[in-house]
Design a binder for this molecule. Structure first.
Ligand code: SF4
Ligand code: SF4
Length: 362
C-alpha cells in the first residue's frame, strides 16, 4: 500500500532523534509516538508485517504537517510523505479515527470549517467584476472565520489600483482535503474544479492569502500539471505593490515581533515580503528566536479541527515563545495563524494581522 518513495523515507532514519526536539505536537503532548521518527517506525514495521491499526492511525493524525522535522532532519528525510500516505491507508482500510471522520465528511462536502453567518465579505465580493487581471483566492478561514482579513486584502488591491476580482463561490483548493486523506484522485478533482473556476476570471495572476492553499497550489497543482496563471502569496503581491510605489503606508508607531507561517516559510522559503511590509510601515521589528525557516507552527488548520485540545496547546506553546521574548504584540500574515493565536484570548499579547495593519496605514 505504501509507495516505494514513502517506505524509503521511513527506512532512511539514523535514529538521531533530532526531530524529537522540534516537533510542536510531541513537545506539548510529551508522547514519543507524536514525533516523526516514531511515525516512520510504524510505517517501516507495516512494510514488515506489523500492520497499522486504529491506534497507529490516531498517531498519524496527531500531526500538523508543519515540516519542522523535515527541515531539521540530517538525512533529508520527509515524514510528510508517509504520514499523508498513512492517512490514505486509514481511509481505504476503514481505520479513520472517530474524531477525524466528521472533518473528512465536511471536507468531502466542500469545506472542513463550519458554515459561517453572513460575514459581509460576500457583499463586498458581489460588487467585484467577474473578470480581471488578478484573482484573489481568500481561502476558507478568511471566508468563514476571519473575513476582516480578506476585506483588508481586497481593500489594499483597490487602493493600489489593481484590476482584481474574487470568486463569489470559492471551491476548495484541495489543500485541506489533501491533509486529511492524502493526495488522492478526489483531491486532484477538487483542485481541478478550483483551477477551472479561477481560469474563468481570465486572471493571469492568482493571489493566495492563506498558507495551506498557497503551498498546495504552487507545489501540488504544479506536480499534477494543473495550470492556472501565476500563483503568488498575498504577502509577496502586496510587498511588490509597495516597492512599485502603488501603496504608500503612513508610519505606524508600534514595536512588534512577527510570526512566520510554517508552510510558507519552510515549503516556499518565503519570509522577506512580510518583513518588507512591516518595514514600510516603520514598525520596529523584534525577531523571535524561532523565525523564518526555523519557525514554530501554531497548529495549522486541520489539527485544530480534528484534535482541538492538542492544537490549542500547540498554539499556546507558540504564544509562550512570544511571552519568553517579552513581546506584547505579534504580527501574523495568514488568516490561519491569526485565528489560531487570537482564539487563545491572551490578555498579555495582542495579535495583529499584517493586512489589516497596512490597510489602516494606507
Ligand atoms: S532527525 Fe531524521 S534521521 Fe534523525 S531521528 Fe528524526 S527522522 Fe531520523
Ligand atoms: S510535520 Fe510537524 S507536527 Fe508533524 S511530525 Fe513533523 S514536526 Fe511533528
Amino acid at each position: 500500500m505504501f509507495t516505494k518513495k514513502a517506505l524509503e523515507q521511513a527506512d532512511a532514519c539514523r535514529f538521531c532523534w533530532m526531530c524529537r526536539h522540534v516537533c510542536p505536537v510531541g513537545q506539548v503532548t510529551g508522547k514519543e509516538s507524536n514525533n516523526a521518527r516514531a511515525k516512520g517506525f510504524l510505517v517501516s514495521m507495516d512494510g514488515r508485517g506489523a500492520k497499522l491499526d486504529e491506534t497507529s492511525m490516531e498517531i498519524m493524525y496527531e500531526c500538523a504537517l508543519c515540516k519542522a522535522c523535515t527541515n531539521d532532519c540530517a538525512t533529508g528525510y520527509d515524514p510528510a510523505i508517509f504520514i499523508l500516505e498513512a492517512r490514505t491507508k486509514a481511509v481505504v482500510d476503514g481505520l479513520v479515527p472517530p474524531n477525524v471522520q466528521p472533518v473528512i465528511d465536511r471536507a468531502m462536502a466542500g469545506c472542513m470549517y463550519a458554515e459561517a453567518e453572513d460575514t459581509g465579505l460576500a457583499a463586498v465580493i458581489a460588487k467585484l467584476p467577474e473578470k480581471a487581471d488578478v484573482a484573489v483566492y481568500l481561502g476558507p478561514v478568511a471566508r468563514r472565520k476571519q473575513p476582516v482579513i480578506g476585506m483588508a486584502l481586497l481593500s489594499l488591491l483597490e487602493k493600489a489600483g489593481v484590476s482584481y476580482t474574487a470568486l463569489r463561490e470559492e471551491p476548495q483548493s484541495g489543500a485541506d482535503l489533501g491533509d486529511l486523506v492524502g493526495y488522492v484522485e478526489d483531491v486532484k478533482k477538487a483542485a481541478e474544479k478550483c483551477a477551472a473556476a479561477l481560469k474563468e476570471t481570465g486572471a493571469g495572476t492568482i493571489v493566495v492569502l492563506d498558507e495551506n492553499d498557497a503551498v498546495f497550489m504552487k507545489h501540488q497543482w504544479a506536480e499534477w500539471g494543473i495550470e492556472c496563471g501565476q500563483i503568488v502569496t498575498a504577502t509577496s503581491c502586496i510587498a511588490s505593490l509597495i516597492k512599485d510605489g502603488k501603496l504608500e503606508p503612513a508610519a505606524v508607531e508600534l514595536t512588534a515581533c512577527y510570526h512566520d507561517p510554517a508552510r510558507i516559510a519552510r515549503d516556499l522559503e518565503e519570509w522577506e515580503p512580510a518583513r518588507a511590509i512591516i518595514a514600510a510601515m516603520g514598525i520596529e521589528l523584534h525577531e523571535l528566536f524561532h523565525n523564518k525557516k526555523g519557525t514554530k507552527s501554531t497548529g495549522g488548520g486541520m489539527l485544530h479541527q480534528t484534535s482541538p485540545a492538542i492544537a490549542a496547546q500547540v498554539a499556546e506553546a507558540r504564544m509562550n515563545d512570544i511571552r519568553f521574548a517579552e513581546e506584547s504584540v505579534v504580527i501574523t500574515s495568514t488568516p490561519t495563524a491569526f485565528d489560531n493565536l487570537s482564539s487563545l484570548g491572551a490578555e498579555d499579547v495582542e495579535v495583529k494581522d499584517l493586512f489589516i495593519l497596512l490597510n489602516d496605514a494606507c
